[in-house]
Every structure is written in C-alpha cells, then in structure tokens.
Ligand binder design. Structure first.
Ligand SMILES: [Zn+2]
Ligand SMILES: [Zn+2]
Ligand SMILES: [Zn+2]
Length: 348
C-alpha cells in the first residue's frame, strides 16, 4: 500500500482548508532502520538550577511548593496579560490595523521528577495531568472574557523548549486564535452542508482504510493524517463526538492518558531519542456560543525526519509556496506502527 502514492501529488487538508505537496519519489531509497545517534535523556531527577523543580525559586522571585504530582502557576514572563491595555492613537492608514488583546499564560508542571517525559510517565501519572488540564480548562473557560484555551507542550531543545522539566503551557485568550478559528469555519461548513461532523466522518474514513491508523484504544485513535505536513505528524482523535476535555468521562480520560503514553513512547523508540515535538489540543472555543461542530483532537508536530539529529525544515518553497513532504503519510504510519510501546529507556 506504500507504493500507491509514489508520484508527486497534492493532498487536501479539510480541517485547515489548504493543500500539502507530497513528493515521495525523492525518498525511494529503502528505509535503513538505522539510528544515526542515540540521545539518552538526562537522568537528573532534581536540578537545583531548574525553575520548575519543586522547592526552587523562580526568576521572578516566587518559590515553587514542594509539589508531589502536578503544579500550575501564571507565567512569570507571560506573552499576554489579563489587563486590557489602554488603546493608543489610531494609525493614520486603514492598512495599519492593531487591536489591544488580553490573555492569561499559565505553566503546568506534569511531574516533580525533572528527568521524566510523558513517554516515561505511567498511565496513572498522565491521568493526573489530564485531570489538571481538564480543571484548568474549566476554570479558565468560566472567565467571561476568555474565548479560547490553548493547551500545548513544546518538547525538546530542537523545538525551542528552554527547560527539559516535564511541563506544558496553557495560553487563554480574549479572542479565538487563527488555527482554531480556521478549523471552526471548516467544521461548521461541513456540518451545515452534510449534517455530519467533519472529524467523525474523517475518522470513519481512516478506520475503513486502516492505512494511516497507528493504534486505537477504546476511546481514542492515533492517525498520521492524510494531509500530514511534518514527517511524523499525528492527529489523536476522540472516537466519540465531544468538543472539549470536560465532556469526557473518567474512562475516556484514562484512555486519553493511555493514548498519550503509547504515542509518545512510539515516538521515542523511533529514533531512540527523547522525541521533540510541539503538541496541543484543539477544543471548542469558550466564547459562549454553541459549538456542536467541534470535535476534540490533539495535534503532534514533531520535526525529526530520519534520525535523532536530522530534522525537516519548513523553508524555501514551503515558506513561499506551500508545505511539502517526502515520505508519504502511509509510510510514516507504518514506521510508527512498527515502533515498540516498550520504552527503550525504562524507569527503574
Ligand atoms: Zn526541573
Ligand atoms: Zn465528531
Ligand atoms: Zn486542530
């Protein structure tokens, strides 16, 4: 089935309403299965210099509690502030448009152990993080000025993560940011024209072909999407139609923790490294309007291409024309399916 798409073509991303160029003929050399370099993650469980470790003093002067599970706080150097700034003088041209914005940026530590990652945490430890994400979403969405809650994790120095301590961020905004805004329009249009949810229909299509599904558990499915841009991009979807974390049952939250653990372990095992990525959840806007079109999902955007050090760059034609990939999503799904769910560096 990998050979079906071995010619240049473009694929439609219905969620983002955009094309992706696929050029598989460029990588017809066979997969070597070789690992250029093994990058063992740090084994340091407590770093006195880390501003996220329990009991440490952060740069702003605040002291972290001696937390034992998860810990969240408002970012000391937030990109957005909750107070609405005073409007400045209107620019002279209608082409120079700006708007004052509000937001709240929080940090969520996943675990007190500095050396861990989602891949090396247990399912029950990740379940605690899922509950914390759910709680944060509920609390932030209850603020009437917050229209969107973006939960994400930047993992690894390659993705610009400044600190290896297991943590993620939660940026809440007084407006719906561009990516979820575009996905809202696409999901709304699909629901209006077909009477169905876009991602429920998409998941059914993936389940009937099975070419790009990496694994499914009782409540979630991990897929290399048809329109994947990054080499090992993954879409993690709830199997039931639900718009946001608080809609999930306890069993579904367990399944979500299970899926996150299995997927990140497969990623790490692929190149025997702590796999870098940006991942985040897309959920219903919290703008007070009904959003029956919204289907909860997580995007994983990992940059690695061939080894722990060889990454893909989005440059040249991709900046000026459109995104492009070499290996097909089907080939990427095969490799992730072949990757073990037993971590290469188990906890002792
Ligand atoms: Zn730390
Ligand atoms: Zn759905
Ligand atoms: Zn999305």
């Amino acid at each position: 089935m990998e050979n079906k798409w071995q010619y240049p073509h473009r694929r439609w991303n219905p969620l983002r309403q955009a094309w992706v160029l696929v050029s598989p003929h460029r990588t017809q050399r066979p997969w070597q299965g070789e690992v250029a370099q093994t990058a063992i993650p740090s084994a340091v469980t407590y770093d006195p210099q880390c501003y996220l470790c329990p009991g440490n003093t952060r740069a702003g002067g605040a002291v972290n509690p001696s937390y034992e599970t998860v810990f969240s706080f408002v970012n000391d150097y937030a990109a957005l502030l909750p107070e609405l700034p005073a409007a400045s003088e209107a620019p002279a041209s209608p082409l120079l448009v700006a708007e004052a914005v509000r937001g709240l940026c929080k940090v969520l530590c996943f675990h007190p152990d500095h050396s861990l990652t989602l891949a090396r945490m247990t399912q029950s430890e990740i379940r605690t993080v899922v509950d914390a994400w759910t709680h944060e979403f509920q609390e932030l969405s209850a603020l009437d000025w917050i229209e969107y809650v973006q939960i994400f994790e930047n993992r690894g120095a390659m993705m610009g993560a400044s600190n290896p301590h297991p943590h993620g961020q939660i940026w809440s905004t007084g407006f719906v940011p561009d990516e979820p805004a575009a996905e809202t329009v696409a999901q709304r249009a699909h629901l209006d024209s077909t009477g169905h949810c876009l991602l429920c229909d998409y998941l059914a299509a993936e389940q009937s072909s099975a070419e790009r599904i990496i694994f499914e558990n009782e409540h979630f499915a991990a897929v290399v999407p048809w329109w994947a841009t990054w080499p090992y991009e993954v879409l993690l979807l709830s199997r039931r139609h639900a718009g946001s974390l608080p809609e999930f049952s306890s069993a579904e939250r367990d399944s979500f923790a299970n899926a996150l653990n299995r997927l990140t372990t497969r990623f790490d095992n692929l190149f025997h490294t702590s796999f870098p990525y940006t991942m985040g959840f897309h959920q219903s806007p919290t703008d007070g309007k009904p959003h029956e079109e919204w289907h909860f999902h997580a995007h994983f955007y990992p940059p690695l291409l061939r080894s722990a050090t060889v990454r893909k760059f989005m440059v040249g034609f991709e900046m000026l024309g459109m995104p492009q990939r070499d290996i097909t999503p089907e080939a990427a799904a095969n490799r992730l399916r072949d990757s073990s769910e037993l971590h290469f560096w188990p906890r002792t």
